[in-house]
Design a protein around this ligand. Structure first.
Ligand SMILES: *[C@@H]1O[C@H](CO)[C@@H](O)[C@H](O)[C@H]1NC(C)=O
Ligand SMILES: *[C@@H]1O[C@H](CO)[C@@H](O)[C@H](O)[C@H]1NC(C)=O
Ligand SMILES: *[C@@H]1O[C@H](CO)[C@@H](O)[C@H](O)[C@H]1NC(C)=O
Ligand SMILES: *[C@@H]1O[C@H](CO)[C@@H](O)[C@H](O)[C@H]1NC(C)=O
Ligand SMILES: *[C@@H]1O[C@H](CO)[C@@H](O)[C@H](O)[C@H]1NC(C)=O
Ligand SMILES: *[C@@H]1O[C@H](CO)[C@@H](O)[C@H](O)[C@H]1NC(C)=O
Length: 390
């Protein structure tokens, strides 16, 4: 595959923009249970046993998904060759294996275990784990119905600007990722601690539910107040922040309550800015935490007194306008408003998340969660033409 140049991106953008103009939808209805051309398949369940040594936990997942994982890692490497004359790939193979030991437990051991089972070099598995923290855009919604039930749902959109496949009108990385999506039931003492929708080979969490306690999703926050400096610093040796996807996993694994989760997500120093979207199972338990690396700018909560029966986060601060060429917020809000609090449910939110451009060519999966019942359902998505590229 040839490396992407900025010229390619420019030309592709022009082409994509023409798609964009004719890809907008009226709010969808009756899409649930998932069926038809926007539903590509169910997600398989695996159990990860937290009582096992970290290096043995992912063996079954990796055995089943190894071919797809090797293809994905190779694709990422091929793309990385386009940057800094291939120096980035040298860095990955020479430096990242050393860095793995500086990661906290249990992530370092889990990553080593995955590398051993898959036969993929340690540096490349580490790169793969970093990659997800960066190339993801998303839509997350937490909503409360008139009976005080809380629903939390998200679209995960992955593969930003990388490898547009002109022939199939798809994003190469997005398509390669779909077969790697797995549902994981994390257990201790044979009992579920939390559940997540993951990518085989990735040890952090982007989407998860701790039954009876909380649901959590993370969205990327592209912001220049520190932005990716933290990641660069981390690679260069200054390692005092936490990977975002490791914090979400720590919270799902060990937080004792919704409030405890909110505190940890607000106070822990991070490597890069992020949005954490947290749901609970009591009236008013839902918030979007807007993070810089160091502190929390804002906690935006459900508030029935203010008529705020849902909160919706894409990849922009909620008090600012989204960028005009990437406005998934206005269409999603329009559809939520049309749904009304009286008819909100996982089914009606699935409809919202099936409306273009909230559903777009980057959309990899849709997840639906409900804390009180411990529900986590995920569906692989497709967006046949005409469809917006992001
Ligand atoms: C997905 O799972 C549902 C419920 O278990 C089942 O009815 C449906 O046939 C499955 N669809 C596909 C495409 O596997
Ligand atoms: C387009 O999709 C087909 C069928 O999935 C695949 O065989 C082909 O390699 C794809 N084209 C490119 C350029 O990747
Ligand atoms: C979990 O279940 C398996 C089989 O049902 C049993 O052999 C094992 O002892 C159980 N482990 C724990 C920690 O309860
Ligand atoms: C959760 O707590 C246990 C027990 O203290 C610890 O061994 C484990 O590493 C923690 N999990 C994470 C992801 O930090
Ligand atoms: C949706 O409703 C909220 C609350 O009434 C309002 O502030 C917002 O402008 C509406 N958005 C759209 C896109 O209709
Ligand atoms: C309520 O939501 C369901 C599921 O999305 C939808 O099919 C139905 O048309 C909605 N009913 C009303 C009255 O809007």
């Amino acid at each position: 595959m040839k490396p992407t140049s900025f010229y390619d991106i420019f030309i592709t953008s022009l082409f994509l923009f023409s798609q964009f103009v004719r890809g907008l939808d009226d709010c969808r209805s009756g899409m649930y249970p998932p069926k038809g051309p926007t539903f590509k398949g169910n997600v398989t369940w695996y159990t990860v046993n937290l009582d096992l040594p970290p290096s043995d936990r992912w063996t079954q997942v990796i055995k089943d998904k190894n071919t797809e994982l090797i293809t994905m890692v190779q694709t990422i490497k091929d793309m990385a060759k386009g940057f800094f004359h291939g120096k980035l790939v040298d860095l990955v193979d020479e430096e990242l294996p050393l860095i793995v030991d500086t990661l906290p437990q249990p992530f370092n051991e889990e990553i080593k275990g995955i590398a051993a089972v898959s036969g993929i070099p340690l540096g490349e598995i580490t790169l793969f784990n970093i990659f997800y923290e960066i190339f993801t855009v998303c839509t997350s919604i937490v909503a409360e119905d008139l009976n005080g039930n809380i629903y939390h749902a998200r679209n995960l959109d992955f593969g930003l600007f990388m490898g547009w496949d002109q022939q199939n009108k798809t994003w190469t990385l997005t398509e390669k990722l779909k077969p790697l999506v797995v549902n994981v039931n994390f257990q201790r003492g044979n009992k579920t601690v939390f559940k997540s929708t993951n990518f085989a080979g990735y040890v952090g969490i982007l989407t998860g539910v701790r039954p009876g306690e909380l649901s959590l999703t993370m969205n990327e926050r592209f912001n220049f107040d520190g932005g990716y400096i933290g990641i660069l610093e981390w690679i260069l040796g200054k390692r005092d922040g936490m990977w975002m996807g490791f914090l979400t996993r720590k919270v799902l694994e060990n937080a004792t309550s919704y409030e405890d989760a909110k505190n940890q997500l607000s106070l822990t120093k991070l490597l890069a800015p992020a949005y954490f979207i947290l749901g609970g199972n009591r009236v008013g338990q839902g918030c979007v935490i807007t993070r810089t690396r160091i502190n929390t700018l804002d906690v935006w909560e459900l508030d029935m007194k203010l008529g705020r029966w849902y909160i919706l986060e894409t990849n922009y601060d909620h008090w600012e306008k989204p960028m005009i060429f990437d406005d998934r917020r206005t269409p999603a809000m329009k559809c939520m408003n049309q749904t009304t609090q009286a008819n909100v449910s996982l089914a009606s939110i699935y409809d919202v998340l099936s409306t273009k451009p909230v559903l777009n060519k980057l959309t990899t999966y849709t997840s639906l969660m409900e804390v009180s019942t411990g529900t986590l359902e995920s569906y692989i998505r497709d967006c046949p033409n005409p469809c917006t590229p992001w």
